[in-house]
Design a protein around this ligand. Structure first.
Ligand SMILES: [Zn+2]
Length: 340
């Protein structure tokens, strides 16, 4: 199984809360998840959604992995690979809805809640969640960036929060209750998430290959206050900038491998020539590229080429484990990928 509540690390108390609530027979009201950013609230929300949508989950809220609903999830890559922030993110399940503030906007757009001007009330989150569940069980809406609701957007949601449609679960995600409008706060059950414990964060950094040694993982975990996002910033202040530049280069079918390799090499050298600095930066580049190719495999016209490029990228990540000749790895990877 790729993920479910049983695979969530570091939020045992919250998980136990939901198990108890379910054993008592009901989940109370819309949920508002709060806690520092980058500690896994959204990941938890999707894991909970998977368990709740499963037609055969047990009392421990573990998804069965084999029912019609679970199968929809298992076709999707692991939640840690999902890029939620493209504005085009589609959850893998027909009864799961997701909305978030686009990165370039300063407020949460009203359109995402009530539909755009041409489709007011006929699209958007409120409309979606009011429909009958496609699989006839439950519907779940995950709304990120609740910190950024405008009065308008919050007002539009109030009625739905007060009387959620049958068999629906709404999960709002923000960083603190202080950032929510009182009207929202008072209508939700507040679930508090604590920063990730150091040992768990260190394990996650290693698992995602963001660091090159257990020592580095431990050091970063200490410095980042239990937030994986903060740890990424410490590795590099510009992860998002790097991500968009890689995506921009790799999006066309053909790209200039020599130029790409030069750009990547200058990025990995930017914090110093020591392997300790260069390895995690190259790991990050390969991780972002692999994630990009994996997403592209869902588009029929480029599925095959993306699969070959993904395979070559994973190979480069393996080479990196055993080898410190970074420019050679980068150049060979860029050439082979461009030709794939
Ligand atoms: Zn299931």
């Amino acid at each position: 199984m790729q993920y479910g509540l049983e695979n969530i690390l570091g939020h045992d108390k919250v998980a136990e809360h939901f198990r108890r609530a379910l054993r008592r027979g009901r989940l109370v009201g819309p949920l508002l998840f709060v806690g520092p950013s980058g500690i896994g609230k959204r990941r938890f929300a999707f894991a909970l959604a998977k368990a709740l949508l499963c037609k055969d989950h047990n009392d421990e809220l573990n998804a069965c992995g084999t029912c019609e609903s679970c199968k929809l999830f298992s076709g999707a890559p692991n939640v840690t690979d999902w890029n939620f922030d493209t504005g085009k993110f589609l959850p893998p399940h027909v009864d799961l809805y997701y909305a978030a503030k686009p990165a370039e906007r300063s407020e949460f757009p009203l359109d995402l809640i009530v539909g755009d001007k041409e489709h007011r009330g006929k699209s958007g989150l409120i409309y979606n969640i009011s429909r009958t569940a496609f699989l006839g069980h439950r519907k779940i809406a995950v709304i990120n960036d609740a910190d950024y609701f405008s009065d308008e957007a919050a007002n539009a949601l109030l009625k739905t929060l007060e009387e959620p449609p049958n068999d629906s679960v709404l999960i709002l995600i923000g960083t603190s209750t202080a950032k929510q409008l009182p009207t929202i706060r008072s209508r939700c059950q507040i679930i508090r998430f604590a920063p990730l414990p150091g040992d768990i964060l260190a394990a996650l950094l290693l698992e995602r290959q963001m660091v090159s040694s257990p020592e580095q993982a431990r050091r970063l975990a200490e410095q980042s206050g239990g937030s994986i996002e903060r740890a990424m910033e410490l590795i590099d202040g510009n992860v998002e900038e790097l991500r968009s530049s890689i995506i921009k280069t790799l999006s066309p079918q053909h790209f200039d491998a020599v130029r790409f390799a030069a750009e990547i090499n200058s990025y990995i050298d930017a914090k110093g020539k020591e392997a300790e600095h260069r390895r995690p930066r190259l790991q990050l580049v390969l991780q972002i590229s692999a994630e990009f190719f994996r997403n592209r495999m869902r588009t029929a016209e480029v599925a095959e080429i993306s699969a070959r490029r993904l395979e070559r990228t994973l190979e480069a990540a393996e080479h990196l484990e055993r080898n410190a000749n970074f420019p050679v790895i980068v150049e060979a990877w860029a050439m082979d990928t461009a030709r794939a």
